[in-house]
Design a protein around this ligand. Structure first.
Ligand code: SAM
Length: 290
């Protein structure tokens, strides 16, 4: 019989059987609402031929739901104590690969293997490393034939809103620019803190990231572009010229010249600047530094 992995009683029993405690350090907050879990998996738009990559299966509640819909599921869990639990709860499936690794140290292209693969990512992310996990997935160069189109994440509400923020808003920042360079993000729906065990302090949101087939603009040097963006937002209350002259090695004269050429008012603040304008500016600064 299928185990109800979102039942608090079942979770407590499994944890007791395996002598486990929720590990705060690993951001373990498990979903305890089957309807919400199905809504999240639906948001992932999994198709029958897909390979799905999951980060942090916990006791496998989302994993089993995904395995019923996908061709293959690869799930990466850092906590070795959860592996025997997963072997038990996911025993009935022959299309799930459980990998006991730190996702940030995982060679993810090797895990997925050679194409053709239609890849989707779906995860209830551990909150302490949400940004590095998302950036790693966006920055991975996938081999030919591996098509990653959609990523769906459950994240802290505040982080989800920052990722999706538009220029001119208070939440718009370096993370918005960097993620939106690679993908088109959207907040799908809010998930209340009450549907997790243990209950976190804040609400969460489900976000989707649709990977862009083509980049919206071309930085001469992506790392330098990201550095300029981060420096601009480091002191976000200051004018752009003050932020950049305080937080980068470029001289004020050089910055003013480049801003003038890029058509950017130096008295504006970073939150008013679109990604493309940041890129124009970064490219001019890059050229002048050569
Ligand atoms: N998917 C489960 C659910 O929805 O109930 C659990 C989600 S819980 C928020 C996050 C999971 O990520 C935990 O199982 C935790 O052990 C795991 N985790 C934390 N850091 C990780 C890392 N660096 N690599 C892989 N898994 C990690």
């Amino acid at each position: 019989m299928k185990m109800n992995l979102t039942s608090p009683a079942v979770i407590s029993q499994l944890m007791a059987e395996h002598q486990l405690h929720f590990n705060k350090q690993f951001g373990q907050n498990f979903l305890i609402d089957q309807n919400i879990l199905e809504k999240i998996v639906n948001a992932g738009q999994i198709e029958a031929g897909d390979t799905v990559l999951e980060i942090g299966p916990g006791i496998g509640s989302m994993t089993s739901e995904m395995a019923e819909r996908a061709r293959r599921v690869i799930t990466v869990e850092i906590d070795k104590k959860l592996i025997p639990v997963l072997n038990q709860t996911l025993e009935a499936f022959d299309n799930i690969e459980i990998v006991n690794q730190d996702f940030l140290k995982t060679d993810v292209t090797a895990l997925v293997g050679e194409g053709p693969v239609s890849l989707k990512v779906l995860a209830n992310l551990p909150y302490y490393i949400t940004t590095p996990i998302i950036m790693k997935l966006l920055e991975t160069s996938w081999p030919d034939g591996v098509e990653l189109t959609r990523m769906t994440f459950l994240v802290q509400k505040e982080v989800g809103e920052r990722i999706c923020a538009e220029p001119g808003t208070k939440t718009y920042g370096a993370l918005s620019v960097m993620v939106q360079y690679y993908a088109d993000p959207a907040v799908m729906f809010t998930v209340p803190a009450s549907v997790f065990m243990p209950r976190p302090k804040v609400d969460s949101v489900v976000i989707s990231l649709q990977k862009r087939a083509q980049m919206p603009y071309i930085p001469s040097d992506k790392n330098q572009f990201f550095k300029v963006v981060k420096a601009a937002f480091q002191t976000r209350r200051k004018t752009l010229i003050n932020s950049l002259s305080n937080n980068t090695a470029y001289s004020k004269t050089l910055l003013l010249d480049a801003m003038s050429e890029a058509g950017i008012d130096p008295k504006k603040r970073a939150e008013q600047i679109e990604g493309e304008a940041f890129c124009r500016l970064a490219n001019l600064l890059h050229e002048s530094a050569i």
